[in-house]
Design a protein around this ligand. Structure first.
Ligand SMILES: C[S@@+](CC[C@H](N)C(=O)[O-])C[C@H]1O[C@@H](n2cnc3c(N)ncnc32)[C@H](O)[C@@H]1O
Ligand code: SF4
Ligand code: SF4
Length: 368
């Protein structure tokens, strides 16, 4: 997820580390590219994602993860990872020189091991970032998050009005709670002199595309440092509601709004989404496949709370697992190096199924 916020971490890290760090990060960049070109694993994933739970307190129109939580809960074959297993996975990412770990879900704060997991990522010297709907971030929880040394937190906010956000998120009061979360996190970061980045993550679709400018203005009046966008994907297998189908919207109006957003991103660093990624929104809303080769499975790897492994967040969303960590006695590292995975990676080369922000922004780094 090398968005502007990651570049900030990278620069901070380079400042704290020695001059030779430049070679280390350069080496990762080059070797990931060679791995992709030769379909070998000369280096580990740049970013790992840990999906700590499918459970969630909200019911967003575009997301079926809470429904899947109910189904999975009744499946005796699916057993939650223990804290010891999560730590083993983090050790493996560290062994593979992974730079950043993203924490997601469901709602990650519903896994009570979340603070220990963040702390362990930080003790392993990797960047830790989390995405949350903000509902549970009271002043006490904000203190715990800051004290865990998390580097960045994204709060998902989808509109500039309570009415639209709460409609998309399926729960009254979620807008208010999300902005309270930002204020509580800001109070804690001041109290503990933390340099955590607080950002807003916004889905862009038919319910809100015409109000992005006012959402950006509103975000600037809060303690948020940045805002990022992702087009709403019709990606959740348990949802087939027509109303939810927001990923094909060929109206002149939406293309005007995308161009407006691109122009804003050009001059405003508050917008973390790159202009090049926003340009692709035009293709996305015309229903075109992703117009670039995807490097998922080389640059990224996702593990869910049952130990299932996915090359990218979209495969996690689509329930397309590549295996289970528990099948690999020697852990994630042996999975990463295995022949089986090598052949699966090959198929990614032709996958054009999504425009998910973290993956496409990373792919764009390799598109000169
Ligand atoms: C799956 S959520 C998990 C974290 C947390 N529950 C939240 O909503 O922030 C991770 C991110 O994916 C976004 N998201 C969920 N469904 C999506 C979809 N169908 N298309 C694009 N983004 C989506 C959410 O808005 C959120 O920013
Ligand atoms: S997008 Fe996040 S908050 Fe919304 S239902 Fe899915 S997991 Fe929950
Ligand atoms: S295009 Fe999307 S779904 Fe396909 S491999 Fe890349 S990130 Fe995953």
């Amino acid at each position: 997820m090398i968005r502007k916020v990651y570049l900030k971490y990278l620069l901070d890290r380079l400042r704290k580390e020695s001059f030779f760090s430049f070679f280390k990060y350069g080496y990762r960049y080059v070797f990931t590219y060679i791995s992709f070109k030769t379909n070998r694993s000369f280096s580990g994933p740049i970013q790992g994602t840990l999906c700590l739970t499918y459970n969630c307190n909200l019911k967003c129109k575009m997301c079926d993860l809470p429904m899947r939580h109910l189904n999975y809960n009744n499946d005796p074959d699916l057993i939650n990872l223990t804290l010891t297993e999560w730590k083993q996975i983090i050790d493996d990412f560290s062994k593979m020189s992974t730079s950043a770990i993203a924490i997601s879900g469901g709602e990650p704060l519903l896994n009570h091991e979340v603070y220990s997991i963040i702390k362990y990522i930080k003790d392993s010297k990797m960047i830790a970032q989390m995405t949350s709907n903000g509902w549970f971030i009271t002043p006490d929880v904000a203190d715990k998050i800051i004290l865990s040394q998390l580097d960045g937190i994204s709060i998902s906010i989808d509109a500039e009005t309570e009415k639209v956000h709460d409609k998309i998120r399926g729960f009254k009061g979620s807008f208010k709670k999300a902005f309270e979360a930002i204020a509580n996190l800001d109070d804690s970061r001041k109290k503990y002199k933390s340099d955590i980045t607080i950002s807003i993550s916004t889905t862009f679709g038919k319910f809100n595309y015409n109000s992005m400018k006012s959402l950006i203005e509103l975000a600037k009046t809060s303690a948020t440092d940045r805002i990022g966008f992702i087009p709403v994907h019709n990606i959740a297998p348990l949802l087939n509601d027509d109303e939810m189908n927001m990923s094909r919207l060929e109206t002149e109006e939406i293309f005007i709004k995308i161009t407006e957003l691109q122009n804003l991103a050009k001059e405003d660093n508050f917008i973390e989404t790159s202009e090049r990624y926003l340009q692709l929104f035009h293709d996305f809303f015309q229903g075109k496949p992703l117009p670039q080769k995807c490097m998922a499975g080389f640059t990224t790897l996702v593990v869910d709370c049952y130990g299932r492994i996915f090359p990218c967040f979209s495969f996690y969303e689509m329930e397309k697992s590549w295996g289970n960590i528990r099948e690999f006695k020697k852990g994630l590292y042996s999975f990463w190096k295995s022949k089986e995975i090598q052949s699966k990676r090959k198929s990614i080369n032709s996958c054009r199924d999504c425009y998910w922000n973290c993956q496409v922004e990373t792919n764009l780094l390799y598109k000169w």
